[in-house]
Design a protein around this ligand. Structure first.
Ligand code: NAP
Length: 302
């Protein structure tokens, strides 16, 4: 099976990128879309993020074989309720939310009897809104699909094929495992970035202009992550609470170990630790998940 028509609910960074990628890679697929914000709907129509921008979620999903919810995690239940009575018979409902157990439960409660196959494309930027999306966002990035027990295999395969057509590599995973993996690879790094940027801006002995002036020392790399959408990230932490708190506990213990090494002057421990982390950066580049050039290739752009 394959999907002949796709409805996208939420036309921001993710929804817009899915729409543009479908237009580029699967032009035969009819696309409709809806966003709660009228200004976003108008901009989505101007940019051609989907074939038809509709005035209601119900109208957008009426003829869709696949519905992809691209709203913040905390808005998933409301978005699902809005389409509950309007889905085409046999339609599949998926999403792009960053935490998966919470979303799976919210969608199952709002859409009883509907085929739900949650997914999370691990691709994004710090930008949001209808101007942020671009067609190549998913190229060579992973999309993790978390089918619930008993999901229809043909539907899971059709969803995998769709993401692969958009340029993504697909992995099938249990929702609980997804939430643990993403807690350490994405959610914790965001929490650390939000913390450190806040700490630097609250310092009394160092001025804000000094923090900005000397940011190339490392600080500015955290500011990109800490500029991420506040609504999205509030919802991620509230919805993946247990896994994030677990990873945060481990992180705190490791930080304390490094703190001790500095205090007692254990240079060997620091050196060994930094050698191990440098190797992880090399593996990420070998996997094609980042730019191999020094300073993320930034110095090449002047
Ligand atoms: P975004 O750019 O802010 O877009 C979300 C859009 O959904 C906004 O235009 C929002 O309108 C709209 N919306 C909110 N509630 C709605 C509802 N009930 N019905 C219809 N539209 C609604 O956010 P995004 O970055 O695309 O994130 C969307 C989802 O993708 C989130 O679940 C996030 O966890 C996931 N994700 C994000 C990234 C990333 O890097 N950004 C990566 C992977 C996955 P208002 O602005 O008016 O609320």
């Amino acid at each position: 099976m394959s999907f002949g028509s796709v409805a996208i609910i939420g036309l921001g960074l993710l929804g817009g990128s899915v729409g543009l990628a479908l237009k580029e890679h699967l032009p035969q697929v009819a696309t409709t879309g809806f966003d709660a914000d009228p200004a976003t709907r108008a901009r989505a129509a101007e940019r051609g993020l989907v074939g038809t921008v509709c005035e209601s979620a119900a109208q957008a999903v009426a003829d869709a074989d696949l519905v992809i919810l691209c709203v913040p995690v905390g808005a998933m239940a409301a978005a699902a309720r809005d389409i509950a009575g309007s889905l085409k018979a046999g339609a599949v409902v998926s999403d792009v939310g960053s935490s998966k157990q919470f979303v799976a439960e919210a969608l199952a409660a709002a859409l009883p009897g509907v085929a739900i196959i949650p997914a999370h494309p691990v691709a994004g930027t710090e930008r949001s809104g209808p101007d942020a999306g671009f067609a190549s966002l998913f190229h060579n990035r992973w999309c993790i699909i978390t089918p619930p027990e008993g999901a229809n295999e043909a539907q899971v395969e059709a969803l995998s094929a769709l993401w692969q057509a958009l340029g993504a590599k697909v992995e099938i995973m249990d929702a609980r495992h997804h939430d643990m993996v993403l807690a350490v690879t994405s959610h914790l790094p965001h929490l650390i970035a939000y913390t450190i940027v806040g700490t630097a801006s609250d310092l009394e002995g160092v001025t804000e202009s000094e923090v900005i002036k000397y940011s190339a020392g490392g600080f500015r790399d955290f500011t990109r992550i800490a500029a991420s959408d506040p609504t999205m990230w509030r919802d991620v932490f509230l919805s993946n609470k247990d896994a994030v708190l677990d990873m945060l506990q481990r992180f705190t213990e490791d930080l304390t170990a490094l703190q001790r090494a500095i205090r007692v002057g254990d240079g060997q421990q620091l050196f060994d630790h930094f050698t191990r982390t440098r190797a992880i950066r090399r593996s990420i580049i070998e996997e094609g998940q980042d730019d191999a050039r020094p300073d993320f290739g930034r110095s090449d752009h002047g």
